[in-house]
Design a protein around this ligand. Sequence first.
Ligand SMILES: [Zn+2]
Length: 118
Amino acid sequence: MPEKGWKTITIREEVLDQIQNYMQEEAEALEALGIKNIGELVSTAVSEYTKKKPPKPRLQHFNVNEDHITVIDNELGGRLIDVYIRERRLWCDSCRRDDCIHVGYAWSIDDVKRTLRR
Ligand SMILES: [Zn+2]
């Protein structure tokens, strides 16, 4: 059992060999980065890798109901914004207007276009 605050993982021998070879070959560069062991290398590699993940789009389509569309606004911490369909027009319940970014986004959703054209 590892010490408190630590976990043991199992990886393929080839992967361990690969890591150890890399650490030997790049010993100087890793030392300059303050990376002294496999745990620190993995931690640094993972944080570099996750930085490259594409950012979430500002708005995401959540669902389309009969009378409203729900949009996720990631700039507002993933808040759900309802855009209402009223007499073939769209109205944002959050901004209280018909020309905000949420309404513009709702117009771009195929299902909404289809519903409003009917
Ligand atoms: Zn809005």
